[in-house]
Design a protein around this ligand. Structure first.
Ligand SMILES: *[C@@H]1O[C@H](CO)[C@@H](O)[C@H](O)[C@H]1NC(C)=O
Ligand SMILES: *[C@@H]1O[C@H](CO)[C@@H](O)[C@H](O)[C@H]1NC(C)=O
Ligand SMILES: *[C@@H]1O[C@H](CO)[C@@H](O)[C@H](O)[C@H]1NC(C)=O
Ligand SMILES: *[C@@H]1O[C@H](CO)[C@@H](O)[C@H](O)[C@H]1NC(C)=O
Ligand SMILES: *[C@@H]1O[C@H](CO)[C@@H](O)[C@H](O)[C@H]1NC(C)=O
Ligand SMILES: *[C@@H]1O[C@H](CO)[C@@H](O)[C@H](O)[C@H]1NC(C)=O
Length: 389
């Protein structure tokens, strides 16, 4: 008798749920409901925050680290050794960078890093510049860099990239990189042997050369993709007041997106939980179809640097259309007025899978219409059983 009463109460409860969606329903009851997969979610706001894993789990990208404003430089190390890419550069330590104005934060919280644009050099001398690495290391994440300006100019070679230990085995992801007055950003990966780009993958850029990302092969420049947009690097990017570079690294691959300022998606501007699945095709992508992402990429520091001449900007100088030689170019500081980063923020988000332990007041769950007949039937049977008493 008690049992039957209880049963009908349960049935009534589910009938009520069918018409009245309860906030946080899955959070509190999800694991108790056998037909959880037939529940559909509704959201009170229209921001499409939730994304779905290949395995059906839902998740959000939630903020892990924010680098911005006066505290920007608190969690970086300044690299002050020789440039591994053989640039005609001297990377300065933190104190020197601050003292000589190569790194600073303006009163209105804009972070600036630059190459020396005030010192005349004699032939063969190196130009001072900055290279910094994040103290925190990341394995997967959504990295969103909001810039007013990225460095460019003849003989200038800047990069915003991430890199793991024991190169190339920990992997390297070059998110923003170029030389001279290029207009198209190049995204490049370097890895140990066995990781390849997938041709005909869904990205808007163009594969540069080899598909093979293997950095142990002598002379391999990595597997690269140039972006189609001429505002993705250099003068046009800067003249659009910059924009956003986003790099999404998870088990579904490594994708790079780029938006000039007027085209930044609202969910990035809002900054709460950006949703890359609403951004369209990425500019460049390394897909798990050709590369085991978790095997080839781990423990990355984020790096900003500006170097001059060297392996890329030096070797390509003669064919770049820039005047004279790179060695001559580097002597005059006025050639480096545009060799500076101007950064609003760098934010790192981590994927957070929604489970019973996560509650979100905005979240509302309604029962799928497919289970309504079942519930109605159960209710009627229960009523009949009660009447039968
Ligand atoms: C789906 O994958 C995510 C991330 O790998 C994992 O956290 C989650 O537990 C998986 N869900 C299921 C139902 O297997
Ligand atoms: C590209 O996207 C289409 C449509 O979503 C899909 O059918 C196709 O498999 C994708 N290609 C690759 C290489 O992932
Ligand atoms: C990827 O590599 C990891 C670590 O080496 C391994 O455990 C996993 O099985 C690999 N995944 C695939 C799909 O090969
Ligand atoms: C990454 O860092 C973790 C934690 O420090 C460490 O246990 C792991 O061995 C590292 N992985 C690699 C490939 O270096
Ligand atoms: C710096 O940028 C301005 C604006 O695009 C451009 O006119 C100028 O030529 C650039 N100077 C150098 C040295 O690249
Ligand atoms: C050097 O670069 C900084 C940062 O871009 C700029 O504010 C300054 O005007 C430049 N100085 C000269 C002498 O061009």
């Amino acid at each position: 008798m008690y049992c039957k009463l209880l049963l009908s109460l349960v049935a009534l409860l589910f009938l009520a749920l069918q018409t009245t969606a309860l906030p946080g329903f899955r959070s509190s009851l999800g694991s108790l409901v056998p037909w959880e997969t037939s529940l559909e979610k509704r959201q009170l706001d229209n921001s499409n925050k939730f994304e779905t894993e290949n395995n059906g789990s839902e998740f959000l990208w939630l903020i892990q680290d924010t680098y911005e404003g006066q505290s920007f430089f608190d969690r970086w190390s300044f690299f002050s050794q020789g440039d591994p890419t053989h640039g005609q550069v001297s990377f300065v330590d933190q104190q020197t960078a601050f003292d000589t104005g190569l790194a600073y934060v303006t009163a209105d919280n804009i972070v600036v890093m630059k190459g020396d644009n005030t010192t005349w050099l004699a032939a063969g001398q190196v130009r001072s510049s900055v290279r910094i690495s994040s103290v925190t290391q990341y394995t997967t994440g959504l990295f969103i860099l909001d810039l007013n300006r990225a460095p460019w100019g003849c003989g200038v070679w800047p990069a915003f990239w991430t890199c793991g230990p024991n190169w190339p085995y920990g992997g390297e992801i070059d998110v923003l990189e170029g030389v001279h007055d290029n207009e198209h950003n190049q995204v490049t990966w370097h890895t140990g042997p066995g990781c390849n780009l997938t041709p005909n993958d869904n990205f808007t850029g163009t594969i540069v050369g080899t598909l093979d990302c293997d950095g142990t092969v002598s002379g391999n420049p990595g597997c690269g993709i140039t972006e189609w947009s001429r505002a993705s690097y250099g003068p046009y990017f800067d003249s659009q007041q910059g924009g956003v570079y986003a790099m999404k690294w998870d088990d579904e691959g490594i994708a790079v997106y780029n938006f000039y300022r007027a085209a930044i998606p609202q969910d990035i501007t809002d900054g709460q939980s950006p949703n890359p699945s609403t951004w369209g095709e990425p500019a460049a992508q390394l897909s798990p179809a050709g590369c085991n992402i978790s095997k080839f990429f781990s423990n990355h520091s984020i790096i900003f640097d500006i170097t001059f001449c060297g392996d890329w900007a030096g070797n390509s100088y003669a064919t770049s259309g820039c005047p004279g030689t790179c060695a001559e170019r580097i002597m005059d500081p006025s050639n480096f007025v545009n060799a500076s980063w101007s950064i609003n923020s760098l934010k790192v988000y981590q994927k957070t899978v929604l489970t019973g332990s996560i509650s979100d007041a905005k979240r509302t769950i309604a029962l799928d219409t497919r289970v309504v007949p079942l519930i109605t039937c159960a209710l009627m049977l229960t009523m009949l059983a009660l009447v039968g008493l």
